[in-house]
Design a binder for this molecule. Sequence first.
Ligand code: NCD
Ligand code: ZN
Ligand code: ZN
Length: 346
Amino acid sequence: MTTRLTIARPDDWHLHLRDGAMMEGVLPHTTAHFARAIIMPNLVPPVVTGDDAAAYRDRILAALPEGSDFRPLMTLYLTETTDPADVRKAAADGLISAVKLYPAGATTNSASGVRDFDRVRAVFEAMAEIGLPLCVHGEVTRPEIDIFDREAVFIDEVLDPIRRATPGLRVVMEHITTAEAAAYAAAGGDDLAATITVQHLMLDRNDMLVGGMRPHYYCLPILKRGTHRPKLVEAATSGSPQFFLGTDSAPHPQHRKEAECCAAGCFTAPVALSCLAAVFEEAGALDRLEGFTSQHGPEFYGLPVNPEKITLEKGDPIDIPATVETGAGPVAVFNPGRPLHWRVAP
Ligand code: NCD
Ligand code: ZN
Ligand code: ZN
């Protein structure tokens, strides 16, 4: 039985750090394990221009724990007034690694997102030309579409038409949650990839809803019917370079989660690697964990694999803290509801 596993230092290809006191509180939980992360731009107000991204990057760098060489990979929040020239310049300056598409109203802080996808055509074309990836929150927002169907409908109605209209556009389907998304990504070729979160690999909607509603399991896209989860595990553990880790660790103050109208997002950063080792072990695929956490992401983004290593070791269950204290209040830590035996060796 494997009880120790040494892998290249992981990266997180979808991370919410927020800003200010919240960022200062959550950042060390990512830098403890991850070398780089794609930083989501859904601040209020959002990170829209190259100048916004440079300023946000500098705030992150200034908040890094002593001695950390963590590298934030910045993104721009696509709006209907985004200037393709600004995107080109930010990419050419090495300031950004991707542009993020939020359909307006689809998720947390997405009000400034895109309503009419034709209005961002010129940006997509510029991105295809320079090979800059588009990270996509893939859900439609039409009120008549059931929340559990919004991802699958988005693929047919929005994503596939965009990709057909823009040959060469490199796309990351963020935090996929359905069998349909896994199949679409797998069939997409070199220009298409998908990130998968920890919670979608471990939980389904029953975990969130049976025996009482668990707000800390509420995230978007919402946890789906149990038939989808095995398809996501299959994709993550397949060894296919098209699937890699994006934790979507999304901290909200505890009072915003335990509320009449609960905010969407799971704060998984502190336990993400312990959770993933459990998932991959259960699937008999521990030998493919490194691909998912440390190799496929850099390959897609055209970056080197991190030269440093980390070691995971199996032993007594780890202590999962109920909360992490931040200057913006306590944040509940994701707990999958079962003991986690793998830890990152100090
Ligand atoms: C994210 C957040 O809180 O910013 N929430 C979530 O449920 N995933 C937004 C997002 O990634 O869609
Ligand atoms: Zn999202
Ligand atoms: Zn997210």
